[in-house]
Ligand binder design. Structure first.
Ligand code: FAD
Length: 440
């Protein structure tokens, strides 16, 4: 297939005849659908939201995601995402001590390969690029306003049951079947119960994040903060006891974004988005470098969000008993923001299930789904743990040690995470993984 003059590589693969339903059009669902399309499957998406909105604020994609995006129409999607993303090649990342404000190290931004770029930008804006690419360029059917509550499966098929009522399109059957359902329905997944057979209880991570995204007008008007916005993009982090404050300016300094991770034991409702109060944020930062409060003060209160970080123990399985419903992305494995890998790992999931389904063929869908889980499980778990280890490393900083060796406080950039090519790896190990599954 050619999109705007670019081929999208594997889309020229022969059709497999495998029908895939994807539930959820977040990055996980869109990525899985695009990859299924590339691998020759017949895929449709069902999504609860009735219309696309640019929701959220900062989101990160590592080069292991960039490698995936780059394959979509030979870099075309990457070219669309680039102007929306932060450019820190000049500025790097200034890490400050929380109270004195001194910069203890400037962490350089690595030069990633052209075909494996990284992106940090507004979640809603980047999401819109990927959504439009799936719907408009690849013509993947995306059915909005369809909230899936119930799933079914037997040995031959699986499917979704659409809710009754106004939201259900009259042109669709109420029960829709496929060879496999990919449930990428986020942290509050309804599919989890179908897969596990019981309600899974999330738990508080013990932390919440105040976060905001806003235009640079008031930052520019203050001579103390203007420099963050009138010289291109910037990234600064203040690290302190049990809290960290990250502040970035994006799109040539025109947009500002900060996140403050702090302890929080409130009851969790798994929404990511509550209104936040500036007075509470200022109170939490009263012992910190006054620059933090100065930045906070430029935030319009209606743009402040209080996001409770939920976590759950690793699920024993992501695959339903008949092997035809798969949990993918946050529905299978929510990440802490300090891993900066949640969305990236959801994308890797989509790549791997699409390859496994193609390699196994229409007659072997359950085995392919189980192979996907076996290929993904340990890597996802190890990557998830980096969210805890980075948070703990920052929140329990020994400043005497940092004085001796400032590099120990840098944001870890592990090669085993970033250099990984999920597609290549799945192609290489698929046969052996299937042999192990069949031998067990
Ligand atoms: C509105 C929103 C804003 C976010 N903002 C940020 C942010 O600012 N920064 C950040 O790092 N992460 C953010 N996230 C989370 C981040 O996008 C994910 O952690 C990551 O991209 C993995 O994506 P996912 O597709 O697995 O899950 P999600 O991105 O949560 O996507 C799940 C999708 O499934 C849909 N869905 C849920 N239940 C049903 C159902 N029953 N039937 C049909 N569809 C259903 C949801 O509407 C959603 O579109 C946000 C997520 C959402 C939904």
């Amino acid at each position: 297939m050619t999109v705007n003059g670019h081929t999208n590589g594997a889309a020229e693969r022969p059709k497999t005849g495998i029908k895939v339903i994807v539930v959820g059009a977040g990055f996980g669902g869109l990525g899985a659908a695009i990859e299924c399309h590339r691998q020759g499957h017949d895929v449709e998406i069902y999504e609860a939201f009735p219309e696309l909105k640019t929701l959220g604020d900062i989101i990160s994609f590592g080069p292991n995601a960039g490698r995936i995006f780059y394959r979509w129409s030979n870099g075309e999607v990457v070219r669309r995402m680039r102007p929306l993303s932060i450019d820190l090649r000049k500025y790097g990342f200034n890490i400050h001590k929380y109270d004195t404000g001194e910069i203890v190290i400037n962490q350089k931004t690595p030069q990633y390969a052209e075909d494996a770029p990284n992106f940090n930008g507004h979640r809603g804006e980047l999401h819109e690029v990927v959504f439009n690419y799936a719907r408009d360029d690849l013509k993947i059917p995306i059915h909005l306003g369809h909230k899936i509550q119930t799933y079914f499966e037997d040995d031959k098929q699986s499917g979704i049951v659409l809710e009754d009522g106004r939201r259900v399109s009259s042109t669709l059957e109420r029960k829709i079947a496929a060879d496999v359902v990919i449930a990428s329905d986020g942290v509050r997944s309804k599919a989890r119960k179908s897969v596990l057979g019981y309600e899974d209880k999330p738990k508080s991570s013990g932390y919440a994040v105040w976060r905001a995204w806003f235009p640079n007008k008031d930052m520019l008007a203050d001579p103390e903060t203007a420099h963050f916005c009138n010289n291109g993009d910037t990234f600064n982090g203040w690290i302190g006891p049990d809290m960290h404050f990250l502040f970035s300016t994006i799109k040539n300094g025109s947009d500002c974004c900060w996140v403050l991770t702090h302890p929080d034991e409130h009851d969790i409702d798994e929404s990511w988005s509550f209104p936040g109060k500036l007075s509470e944020v200022k109170q939490a930062l009263k012992e910190w470098d006054p620059m933090c409060t100065r930045i906070i003060s430029k935030t319009p209160e209606d743009m402040l969000v209080d996001w409770k970080l939920v976590y759950r123990d690793p699920l024993p399985t992501w695959v339903s008993p008949s092997g035809r419903i798969l949990l993918l992305g946050d529905s299978a494995h929510p990440f802490l923001p300090t891993s900066a890998q949640g969305a990236t790992q959801a994308l890797e999931d989509g790549v791997v299930i699409a390859v496994c389904l193609r390699r196994g063929g229409k007659e072997n869908v359950p085995t392919s789904v189980r192979a996907h889980e076996k290929i993904r499980y340990d890597r996802v778990r190890q990557t998830q743990k980096t969210g805890e280890s980075t948070r703990d490393m920052w929140h329990k900083t020994n400043w005497d040690e940092v004085k001796k060796n400032p590099e120990i406080i840098q944001f870890p950039r592990q090669e085993w995470i970033f250099d990984f090519d999920a597609e290549k790896n799945a192609e290489e190990i698929y046969d052996n993984v299937v042999k192990e599954i069949l031998a067990a």
